[in-house]
Design a protein. Structure first.
Length: 425
């Protein structure tokens, strides 16, 4: 086993750039789409005014952007398995550059909305391909720590992007935001073209192509279980984010700025959780870290539900204090279950990553609306707390009833190692 691991690491080190350069490339390709999403948010009211339109129409530059991210992942993942990570990534980022330029010169809101969709469609290629590249380069025990490290670094930039977008819009107007996005996407594309080699593994001759990949993944209990675990964990974020503003601003009578500050605490907890995951993932089995996250996630969401039913969390400190526990634990669940999902069939890592990303964003759009409905139609946080607890419980159930025990997973790893010995790079 140690010989195989050493062989894989040696191959990885020979084929890719320095670790710091690779980390920066992974962060850049992962973050270009979400950062572009949040940079525009502060300019939405000005967009509505500039085009003499309703704010709900301007909001479509955000909602259809998320649809573009979802559609991109389900398509670009399998394409990266078929044609390679590098060409698909460069094609997607080139599309983002062209769409960003179209946003700059948009003369109507519908034109801007369409351009934003294609901007997301191209930019999201980096989100799905980055996970596949991590799977290409690192053994199973290191994948979750690398995913967490990329997320942690990206989140710092993502948390600053609304502030950056707001400052640019205030000083130079909303079109200047797209000039910056265009310049950033060009820089990322050039960096990928110059520094990123092809990392896709050589496929077995009997792999069966896309249909074989999909068939093998859909018949794998491990894949289905890990994907459901990751997707359900992510829905906690979408649901709480959808209902939180209504509860804090409408029912608690606080300002939008205060809500933003409190919500930032949950993002900070998620960031810290990812940093802890980076530290401990190489030391412990993937399944143990998922169980730790699930237990802590259940504890935090149950505590929040108790506060909601008793009326204690009618102030933001109680509501967000326990939600921080949930988000800290959520980082362990999401990164490690994602690592498990893309490790089931390494040569189909792009397809697995795409399916996971598509479900995460697609279901997230629905549950975000559901969370908003819960927050807007009830005068207490308890229904939203109950929804978060139910998602935590469902997430834990996938680990109990669907994901095979460790001995089955070990057998999959042995098969993978045997493939590596046979020449798969």
């Amino acid at each position: 086993m140690h010989g195989v691991v050493g062989r894989q690491d040696a191959l990885a080190n020979a084929n890719v750039a320095a670790p710091r350069v690779m980390l920066l490339l992974l962060v850049a390709m992962t973050g270009v789409a979400p950062i572009s999403l949040y940079m525009l948010v502060p300019a939405l009211p000005l967009l509505a005014t500039s085009f003499a339109s309703d704010i709900s129409i301007a909001q479509m530059t955000v909602s259809l952007y998320m649809v573009g991210i979802a559609c991109s992942q389900i398509l670009m993942g399998p394409l990266s398995d078929r044609f390679g990570r590098r060409p698909v990534l460069l094609a997607g980022l080139t599309l983002m550059v062209v769409a960003s330029l179209a946003c700059v010169f948009a003369e109507s809101l519908p034109q801007l909305i369409v351009a934003r969709f294609f901007q997301a469609f191209g930019g999201a290629t980096g989100m799905v391909v980055s996970r596949a590249i991590i799977r290409d380069l690192y053994r199973r025990e290191r994948i979750s720590s690398m995913i967490s490290l990329v997320i942690a670094v990206m989140m710092i930039a993502q948390m600053l992007s609304p502030l950056t977008g707001g400052l640019i819009e205030t000083a130079f107007g909303w079109r200047a935001v797209f000039y910056v996005i265009t310049a950033g996407s060009i820089l990322v594309t050039i960096a990928i073209a110059l520094a990123l080699p092809e990392t896709r593994r050589v496929r077995p001759k009997t792999g069966g192509g896309f249909r074989g990949d999909v068939g093998s993944l859909l018949t794998s209990r491990a894949f289905i279980g890990y994907v459901l675990c990751q997707v359900l964990a992510s829905q906690i974020i979408f649901t709480f984010a959808g209902g939180g503003p209504y509860i804090v601003v409408t029912h608690m009578g606080r300002t939008g700025a205060e809500y933003g500050a409190w919500f930032a605490t949950t993002g900070f907890a998620y960031l810290i959780g990812n940093l802890f995951c980076v530290r401990y993932s190489p030391r412990y089995q993937l399944e143990k870290l998922i169980w730790f996250g699930l237990a802590l996630q259940l504890f935090g969401s149950f505590l929040n539900l108790v506060w909601g039913l008793s009326g204690i969390n009618q102030v933001p400190s109680w509501l967000f204090g326990t939600q921080m526990i949930v988000m800290f634990a959520n980082a362990f669940v999401m990164s490690n279950s994602a690592a498990g999902a893309i490790s089931v069939r390494p040569e189909a890592a792009g397809t697995a990553s795409g399916a996971m990303g598509f479900l995460q964003m697609g279901v997230g759009a629905l549950l975000s609306q559901f969370g908003a409905w819960l927050g807007g139609h009830f005068t207490t946080p308890a229904p939203l707390n109950a929804a978060v607890f139910a998602l935590s419980l469902a997430c834990a159930s996938t680990m109990v009833f669907i994901i095979p025990r460790r001995n089955v997973v070990v057998s999959e790893e042995l098969i993978e190692q045997a493939e590596e010995e046979g020449g798969i790079v």
